[in-house]
Design a protein around this ligand. Structure first.
Ligand code: UTP
Length: 231
């Protein structure tokens, strides 16, 4: 049996996916990158729901929907985004995102990249990516987000915030715990479930700005990149 190609997992935040700024050109170039790397690796990609998911969750909350119903709304938006990207990438990438981790793993046996959104209520697409990375024994996980690194404070509100270039898993877990809330539409650079799973196996993880495609390409190929390395 030929040796399996290494598995690499990418989580793209919804806030990267749709910013309102030249999204179509970005998605075209992203799709081309994924096609190319999909031939080299068993590549699994999760796509977030971003602002669109938060909008639906916000309306649903005002209407009195339960947390699980709100999560399901969020999941549907992430799948919508996954379909958009998968459609552009084209075969053999499944046009319909797999709805569970088991199905995603199964699809990866004959297709790469496999692109999916959320799977079940209670976590985020970062969490899905982390669980997949652990299950696939991935060489690395790359989290493409809307900041260029992990910061010691929120860089959007605090000008004194400094980037962290390297961080250990125990330290990173502490940061995630400080920031996490468990309600639909939560926001941090990584979610709690994801951090717990990755920390257990110390899976090499990178945080990069998702709109810088040459840098994202380097991080996915395990080359030096600009961002944060969790190890
Ligand atoms: P996201 O993964 O997009 O979460 O899922 P996020 O933290 O808002 O991340 P960004 O902004 O895209 O980077 C959107 C929402 O969908 C639900 C959750 O409510 C989440 O907040 N969801 C998503 C789930 O319940 N389960 C999943 O597997 C994925």
């Amino acid at each position: 049996m030929p040796a399996l190609r290494p598995a690499v997992v990418l989580s793209i935040g919804g806030s990267v996916f749709r910013t309102g700024d030249d999204d179509v050109a970005y998605l075209r170039r992203l799709a081309t990158l994924l096609q190319r790397l999909g031939r080299r690796y068993r590549l699994a990609v999760t796509v977030g729901g971003g602002r669109t998911a938060r909008e639906y969750i916000g309306i649903g909350r005002q209407l009195g929907l339960t947390e699980v119903e709100l999560d399901d709304l969020g999941i549907d938006v992430t799948r919508l985004h996954a379909r958009l990207l998968a459609g552009r990438v084209g075969p053999p990438t499944p046009a319909h995102p797999p709805t569970s981790l088991a199905l995603a793993v199964q699809e990866l046996r004959h297709a790469s990249p496999v692109i999916l959104g959320g799977t079940e209520p209670g976590h985020t697409t970062d969490g899905v990516a982390a669980l997949l990375a652990v299950r696939l024994r991935a060489a690395r996980l790359v989290n493409a987000t809307n900041v260029d690194a992990l910061y010691d404070r929120d860089p959007r509100t605090d000008p004194a915030a400094r980037p962290i270039r390297r961080i250990s898993w125990p330290k990173f877990r502490e940061m995630v715990h400080e920031h996490s809330k468990s309600e639909a539409g939560q926001q941090f650079v990584f979610d709690r479930l994801g951090a717990e799973q990755l920390a257990k196996v110390r899976l090499p993880t990178a945080i990069v700005f998702g709109r810088d495609l040459p840098n994202l390409d380097r991080a996915l190929r395990g080359r030096p990149f600009l961002g944060t390395r969790i190890e």
